[in-house]
Design a protein around this ligand. Structure first.
Ligand SMILES: Cc1cc2nc3c(=O)[nH]c(=O)nc-3n(C[C@H](O)[C@H](O)[C@H](O)COP(=O)(O)OP(=O)(O)OC[C@H]3O[C@@H](n4cnc5c(N)ncnc54)[C@H](O)[C@@H]3O)c2cc1C
Length: 369
């Protein structure tokens, strides 16, 4: 069996792991990343704000489509268009995107290996990982730190903390013969109680899906959504995949950092995870570079804890039932409300403007309804 030694072993080569590896390598740190399947395509809409490409220095050539409009569709199918051309979204092909991020990490000096982690065990000075390469050969890696970047089904979290990331189910399909220029968010108890259903531009065609936590009724919601959205095609067999449903979870313990989906770091309400995967990978790397592991959780909480909590509260109010979702759609008719939401969501504005606008808009709804 081959044995390797490194300061940091990263398990998982999606956005969180690849960006952590790149940040470490760019600072001259010794790092190995293992990814079980270089050709894996993460089930994902692939949408993220364009500003992430500048922030993380990711080539814009990876953007397959640009989105300048979102549509909010109420339970009784009233549509509101929201112009987001000042904060556009880019759509990426996840297989190409993840692969490019790993290439960037490798070019910076990280060792990137196609291998699947089988076990991870604590040692007095760090961790020991057992893996097998794609050719079947066994690998043992000893490291001072590990970064769990192995996604929503994180086996690192399961093995070391005996828990899975908090999560809910999605049902989705890619439709290659359909097109849409906008990201459509559909609300309603008949298709996605407590969450939303979507039609998003995909790298090819569109991606259609919904989030719900009622596994017995997923298929019923999915079929009904095709009908309600008048999608021309009959519903193809859906694919199912978990998506994190954020709650505060362990971010660092005993030499192991948990980033991205492995720590449920997906924004409540919108279920946007790529940006937060990239960012958490970078923050974990900075904590390692500064030899201050606790810095990771501190930085994360300083930057995002309030935002995540606030969006969780908004989700529990506005997606409580059809009546509240209808009021939310009505709020979106107000330009000021739209600007405040998009500014806050995209991370370019502080929440105070949103608080104030929300307060004024709800007051207006009560007075003028
Ligand atoms: C249907 C759906 C649609 C979504 N749409 C969007 C969207 O439009 N925009 C958005 O921002 N977010 C979206 N998300 C969320 C987004 O996909 C995730 O938040 C994001 O991929 C998390 O990145 P990650 O690096 O933490 O994990 P992942 O991207 O899941 O990467 C984990 C990696 O670890 C590897 N791995 C797992 N186990 C092992 C092991 N034992 N050994 C080695 N490697 C291993 C996997 O192969 C994988 O490459 C969507 C999610 C779903 C399910």
């Amino acid at each position: 069996m081959e044995t390797l030694h490194t300061k940091t072993i990263i398990i998982g080569g999606g956005p969180s792991g690849a960006n952590a590896a790149r940040s470490l390598a760019e600072s001259g740190e010794d790092v190995i990343l293992i990814e079980k399947d270089f050709s894996f395509e993460k089930p994902c809409g692939g949408g993220l704000f364009l500003r992430a490409f500048d922030e993380f220095d990711i080539p814009k050539s990876l953007i397959k489509k640009r989105v300048n409009t979102i549509n909010i569709i109420s339970p009784n199918v009233e549509k509101v268009s929201v112009d987001i051309s000042d904060h556009p979204l880019g759509v990426v092909h996840r297989q190409a995107f993840d692969s490019a991020l790993r290439d960037l990490a490798q070019a910076a000096g990280a060792q990137v290996i196609e291998a699947k982690m089988n076990t991870i065990t604590p040692t007095p000075d760090g961790v020991e990982v057992h893996a097998h390469r794609s050719d079947g050969s066994a690998l043992r890696i000893e490291a001072e730190y590990a970064i769990a970047a192995d996604g929503v089904n994180s086996s690192v979290r399961r093995r070391l903390l005996d828990e899975v990331p908090s999560r809910v189910l999605t049902y989705y399909a890619d439709l290659h013969d359909e097109e849409t220029a906008s990201c459509q968010f559909w609300f309603g108890d008949d298709i996605s109680p407590g969450y939303y259903a979507w039609i998003f531009p995909h790298h090819e065609g569109v991606n259609v899906g919904l989030v719900a936590d009622d596994k017995h009724r997923m298929r019923q919601f999915y079929d009904r959504f095709f009908d309600k959205a008048s999608i021309n095609e009959s519903p193809p067999k859906p694919k199912g995949y978990f998506i994190p449903h954020w709650k505060p979870m362990t971010l660092y313990r005993d030499h192991v950092f948990y980033v991205g989906d492995s720590a449920s770091l997906v924004l409540p309400f919108t279920y946007e995870g790529i940006y937060y995967a990239l960012k958490s990978g970078k923050l974990a790397a900075e904590a390692i570079i500064k030899n201050d592991p606790d810095l990771y959780e501190k930085s994360w909480n300083n930057l995002y804890l309030k935002k995540f909590k606030f969006l969780r509260i908004l989700q529990s109010i506005f997606l409580r039932n059809d009546w509240w979702a209808t009021q939310m759609s009505r709020l979106y008719r107000h330009q000021k409300f739209q600007r405040a939401v998009i500014g806050y969501w995209s991370g370019t504005k502080e929440p105070y403007g949103l608080f104030l606008t929300l307060y004024k808009a709800i007051k207006a709804l009560i007075v003028y309804r």
